[in-house]
Design a protein around this ligand. Structure first.
Ligand code: GLY
Length: 383
């Protein structure tokens, strides 16, 4: 799709924006009745369009927490903050318990929207300490010989995940920059920068499409091969991976001030737009035409709004607005009280048959973040 065509989408009026934010608040209120103080949400909705109630165990647990903070910021109602702070305690318990739920790169997603955002609003020492402890845990995944953060699996264990990086980790790097800001210790930031250089070299292709994952020899950093995990195949372009890169690279520019990351984010974005199908909503992989992944659109909209802070303000705000407008006008948003989710028609994990054509926790979060950003261009990052 040509960018000019996408930009022709009818722009959201202030009235529609307010209506959409109010819909998000209603959905969050309904979730609060359902989860009480105890539960978190499954990554995707079930066939009844409901999130299952689970413990704080998934990479997605804090997207609900992030929505509570967005709700608090918009309404100033303490009920959202109070529950979000209980989520910080649950996130601390998760870290203390150790094991599988904290043996992955997702610590960035999880503790940015819980501990870091809590600290941002409340300046609580408890939250600040949790940022540092979670960042220390994430640092255990940094392999200094290879200058990479291993995404999955127990460190040191042989197997396909040893020395493997994935494109999603771009969004976990801001957390390490935050840990350096809070502690004054540059080791977190240095690791993030080293990983970012390797990720950009080996995950972004020459034509600005992206690989999902790349394997290195962890003992010496020797590059081995690219593979996919969630994309159609090793040479296709997984849409959500491309959107993680757009937003993550824009954030890398914010934290490093290196023009290289800004240009890279813009190029990856332009490729994303070019590959969009005629209706302007991405399929889950750009080589497929079965299931859509609306969550990739919401992540991209947030990335474009981040870019608008550094370049082409008017065009980028209009572009993000057009993306969100397209989701609304093409009936991707649920206003139904019986459905838990907000942004419908995403695709979690095609190969495992998880959440094909469903609501996903991060889709709802990034859609809400995009609305809050459109409402307040000075929105201060939770990342
Ligand atoms: N970060 C996992 C996913 O995007 O599915």
């Amino acid at each position: 799709m040509r960018k000019e065509v996408l930009l022709k989408e009818e722009i959201l009026s202030d009235v529609v924006l307010e209506k959409e934010i109010n819909n998000c608040l209603l959905k969050v209120d309904n979730l609060m009745l359902k989860t009480k103080d105890e539960f978190f949400l499954s990554p995707n909705t079930n066939e009844l369009k409901k999130y299952d109630l689970i413990g704080h165990t998934q990479w997605t647990s804090s997207f609900y927490t992030g929505m509570l903070w967005l709700s608090y910021e918009y309404t100033n109602d303490d009920k959202y903050k109070n529950l979000a702070q209980k989520h910080t305690i649950a996130a601390r318990k998760r870290l203390e318990a150790g094991g599988g739920p904290v043996e992955n790169h997702d610590l960035g997603f999880i503790y940015s929207l819980s501990a870091f955002t809590d600290y941002k609003f409340t300046k609580s020492e408890y939250a600040k300490n949790l940022v540092v402890d979670a960042a220390d845990k994430l640092m255990l995944r940094y392999i200094s010989n290879a200058k990479i953060i291993q995404a999955w699996g127990k460190m040191g264990e042989p197997g396909e995940n040893s020395g493997r990086i994935i494109i999603d980790t771009y969004m976990n790097l801001p957390f390490l920059f935050r840990a350096s800001e809070l502690t004054g210790d540059n080791k977190y930031r240095d690791a993030a920068i080293n990983h970012a250089k390797m990720a950009t070299k080996y995950l972004i292709r020459e034509d600005y499409t992206s690989n999902h994952t790349y394997h290195f020899d962890p003992t010496n950093g020797k590059p081995i091969k690219t593979t996919t995990h969630q994309g159609l195949n090793d040479t296709s372009c997984w849409a959500r991976g491309q959107s993680w890169a757009i937003y993550g690279l824009a954030l890398l520019y914010k934290f490093t001030n290196e023009r290289f990351y800004l240009d890279m984010s813009i190029n990856v974005l332009n490729k994303f737009i070019e590959l969009l199908s005629e209706d302007g909503i991405s399929f889950w992989d750009f080589d497929c035409n079965d299931f859509k992944d609306a969550s990739a659109m919401a992540i991209t909209a947030c990335g474009v709004l981040e870019l608008s802070k550094y370049t082409n303000y008017d065009e980028n705000v209009s572009l993000a607005n057009a993306i969100i407008s397209k989701l609304i006008n093409n009936h991707y948003i649920s206003y139904d009280k019986n459905e838990d989710g907000i942004l419908n028609h995403s695709c979690y994990h095609y190969h495992k048959n998880f959440g094909r054509d469903s609501f996903v926790a991060w889709g709802d979060y990034y859609y809400f973040e995009a609305l809050i950003r459109l409402n307040n261009p000075k929105w201060d990052l939770y990342w």
